[in-house]
Design a protein around this ligand. Structure first.
Ligand SMILES: Nc1nc2c(c(=O)[nH]1)N[C@H]1C(S)=C(S)[C@@H](COP(=O)(O)O)O[C@H]1N2
Ligand SMILES: [Mo]
Length: 403
């Protein structure tokens, strides 16, 4: 052995013989820092999205700038996808240690191994469910948002603990230019075998260099990000192979659920269609023609789906505030929206006061210069700034001021 390191724990021969110098704290620490950054961004933007959809009392989300949710949710999906190759490289870089003996050991080692198992499992779970969700592939029975939200705390908590525990190792790995020499610091030195590239590489073996691995990690993370970024960044659309709903659909806007899928086509196209609007004790019904005769407003607002795709569009319709004032004495307050699609997650939404009074919030009748397509919510749909697409209720049947 060319180093004086204490090797109390032995690697299985098959693994030990394949150790490359890239499997060192030098690489593991750098990839780990990158993961800590992308996961923190992903966690925070995910919390924001969750709170907008299920607002706690203290939570306020602004209506302006109108693209704010587009940016936070695009960032959530991109940072999550970028994390995937980083985690794979990270697992590769520490792979031999996952098989270090003894597998269990004393209580401290048990806690360390257990926390890493939780971390890896929760992280892979979050990345896989998130990826399946943006691909609209629901292979599981449990409800996606609830589980993805709950596991986010587990994954982030486990990561925070892991970073805290490894901080001395990270610091040492960043300090010295030879990661393999980092052994004196940190809890690792006593429990985890040190990997010495010189001693471990087989004679004649072409070992992967650390720079190569870090470079490959950066390139694959960049490509992964680009592959989905086109969902939200228009000029990246052409090169985004993983942006399933970018720019296609009627009137240049994607559709998540068609009128046929929501079973509303007949009622949406019925000439007897009426929108009911209630303000305090006043109530009025409107045909689509009557809505079109009210003063019309045009605004440019994005549809920003929670799945990460977003697209800017030009909407024309009745300003919500104007519509409410044409019915009764609207003095502010949250407003409830109901769809002809009366069941499920998408059947209704609640618009907080600051969005309800906003100039840019419309009951839209037209999209990009044409009447709404039935798949985009004809006869009329809600469109408000800086909100998740899932709350932009289509095929409106009733609007009611809530107290
Ligand atoms: N009633 C109803 N409204 C709905 C939906 C739906 O399925 N039913 N889908 C929502 C989702 S998830 C998004 S992203 C937007 C998409 O609007 P678009 O189909 O016009 O692009 O509509 C929202 N409004
Ligand atoms: Mo959506």
């Amino acid at each position: 052995m060319s180093t004086g390191h204490d090797r109390r724990l032995l690697l299985p021969a098959a693994v030990g013989s394949r150790i490359s110098p890239a499997r060192s704290p030098f690489v593991a620490a750098r990839i780990g820092i990158a993961i800590a950054v992308t996961v923190t961004i992903c966690f925070v933007t995910g919390l924001i999205s969750h709170w907008i959809q299920h607002p706690p009392d203290w939570f306020r989300w602004p209506a302006h700038p109108v693209w704010l949710y587009r940016v936070t949710q695009g960032t959530h999906v991109i940072s999550g996808v970028v994390t995937i190759p980083l985690v794979l490289v990270k697992l590769w870089s520490v792979y031999p240690r996952l098989f270090a003996r003894p597998a269990i050991g004393g209580p401290v080692r048990l806690a360390e191994r257990g926390s890493i198992a939780v971390l890896v499992a929760a992280m892979l779970f979050q990345l896989a469910t998130g990826l399946f969700n943006i691909a609209q592939f629901y292979a599981w029975r449990f409800f996606f948002t609830t589980t993805h939200y709950a596991m986010a705390y587990v994954a982030f908590g486990a990561l925070a603990i892991h970073v805290a525990v490894k901080l001395p190792t990270v610091r040492a790995a960043l300090g010295g230019d030879d990661g393999a020499a980092v052994t004196g610091a940190g809890s690792e030195s006593a429990t985890v075998p040190t990997i010495d590239p010189v001693a471990d590489a087989r004679p004649g073996e072409q070992a992967v260099s650390r720079r190569t691995v870090l470079g490959a990690a950066a390139v694959s993370a960049g490509l992964a990000g680009l592959s989905v970024a086109g969902q939200s960044v228009p000029w990246l659309r052409r090169i985004s192979v993983l942006a399933p709903r970018s720019g296609m659909g009627p009137l240049g806007v994607p559709v998540n659920r068609t009128a046929a899928q929501a079973s509303v086509t007949e009622r949406a196209l019925d000439p007897e269609y009426r929108l009911t609007v209630s303000v305090a004790r006043s109530r009025r019904t409107f045909s689509r023609t009557e809505l079109a005769r009210l003063p019309q407003t045009t605004v440019d607002l994005p549809i920003s789906c929670v799945e990460g795709w977003s697209v800017s569009a030009r909407w024309t319709g009745v300003r919500l505030r104007d519509l409410l004032e044409s019915v009764g004495d609207y003095r502010g307050g949250a407003v409830g929206f109901r769809s002809l699609e009366s069941t499920g997650l998408y059947g209704s939404s609640t618009l907080p006061h600051n969005f309800a009074i906003d100039d840019a919030t419309l009951v839209a009748l037209r999209l990009n210069g044409s009447d709404l397509d039935v798949d985009h919510g004809y006869p009329c749909r809600l469109i408000a700034p800086s909100r998740p697409g899932v709350l932009q209720t289509k095929w409106l049947s009733a609007i009611e001021v809530l107290r």
